[in-house]
Design a protein around this ligand. Structure first.
Ligand code: ADP
Ligand code: F6P
Length: 324
């Protein structure tokens, strides 16, 4: 049943993602347009439990569109995964007159959002993660910037790798998800991608492919390794020992999470943030804003969390087909 909301909070939670600021701006401005008051909750659920809450108006979000990171800061908060933490969070919302919240984050943050919704605080999730690993949506805020940052960095490593006729293992982010790795695999014309969803640990086959490539005249070998597989440095040592080809590991790390957001991230974040505020204004709760099959939609949080996402097999097969 729709519940009237007068004041909403907005928070960012989990790993930050470029474009989160555009989403915050959109939430604040759309909510004010809908006649709601807005409060910023600092440092995700951690800041909620510490009652780090500030009033926001349209000027609080001026001049942030082009900035990476999140002006509200972000955090991970173990206490909020407990029933006591969640009840305290809901109580703090009530005490501060907050009857609705927009949570910008990933699946973990949406689990927390679902708990707040069950405790009577109207809650809407906005997908913000560089990993693209939220099943209910084809798009997550930050992926486009992160994958472009990684692509540019890998191009640079490729130059030196070619000059030295080396093999390069380049580790990209993604603990459980190989989307950044696969996209860079395509975009950088890599010789191999190691995806958490697919890699079976068969290093000998990888080594055989490197030797084969060298025999076919390839002067370098770019292997994109996802963080979830990791061990890039020791892998490089073993590959060098087995092939006799100089091999180096480069771990791109957190640079992939920073930087000025791309146009795509700013636009999708703006629309998703505004939709979230509008859903709250309509009295909706327990929904995630999603972009699917070319349309913006909203999905029940529990249904969204129950969905599974996997690397499309046809895309992985095409990647392998093009490595010749
Ligand atoms: P992401 O949102 O990017 O997936 P995390 O998995 O780190 O990031 O989750 C962010 C935060 O969401 C956690 O630190 C925790 O405060 C909250 N959270 C995660 N799982 C749950 C849960 N099952 N119940 C309540 N809160 C949760
Ligand atoms: O969820 C985004 C992400 O960057 C993952 O790709 C990565 O595994 C994780 O966050 C790293 O988080 P931390 O900030 O704790 O290093």
């Amino acid at each position: 049943m729709a519940k009237e909301v007068k004041t909403i909070g907005v928070l960012t939670s989990g790993g930050d993602a470029p474009g989160m600021n555009a989403a915050i701006r959109a939430v604040v401005r759309a909510a004010i347009h809908e006649g709601l008051k807005v409060k910023g909750i600092m440092r995700g659920y951690a800041g909620l439990l510490q009652e780090e809450i500030v009033d926001m108006d349209t000027t609080s979000v001026s001049d942030i569109m082009h900035r990476g990171g999140t002006i509200l800061y972000t955090a991970r908060c173990t206490e909020f995964t407990t029933a006591e933490g969640q009840e305290l969070g809901a109580e703090i919302c009530r005490r501060n007159g907050i009857d609705g919240i927009v949570v910008i984050g990933g699946d973990g943050s949406f689990r927390g959002a679902g708990k707040l919704a069950a405790l009577g605080i109207n809650t809407i999730g906005v997908p913000g993660t560089i990993d693209l690993d939220i099943a209910c949506t084809d798009y997550t805020i930050g992926f486009d910037t992160a994958v472009n940052t990684a692509m540019e960095a890998i191009d640079k490593v490729r130059d030196t790798s070619t000059s030295h006729e080396r093999c390069s293992i380049i580790e990209v982010m993604g603990r459980n998800a190989g989307y950044i790795a696969l996209w860079c695999g395509f975009a950088n014309g890599a010789e191999d991608v190691l995806l958490p969803e697919r890699y079976d640990g068969d290093e000998q086959s990888l080594i055989n492919r490197i030797i084969e490539n060298r025999k076919r005249g390839k002067r370098h070998n770019i292997i994109i390794n996802a963080e979830g597989i990791g061990h890039s440095v020791s892998m490089a040592r073993r590959i060098e020992a087995a092939t006799g080809i100089e091999t180096r590991a480069t771990i791109l790390g957190h640079m992939q999470r920073g930087g000025t957001p791309t146009c795509k991230d700013r636009v999708y974040a703006s629309i998703m943030g505004a939709k979230a505020a509008m859903l709250l204004a309509q009295g909706k709760s327990n929904r995630v804003v999603a972009y699917r099959n070319g349309e913006y939609k909203d999905v029940d949080i529990q249904e969204a969390l129950a969905m599974k996402k996997d690397i499309p097999e046809d895309q992985y097969e095409i990647f392998k087909m093009l490595v010749r």
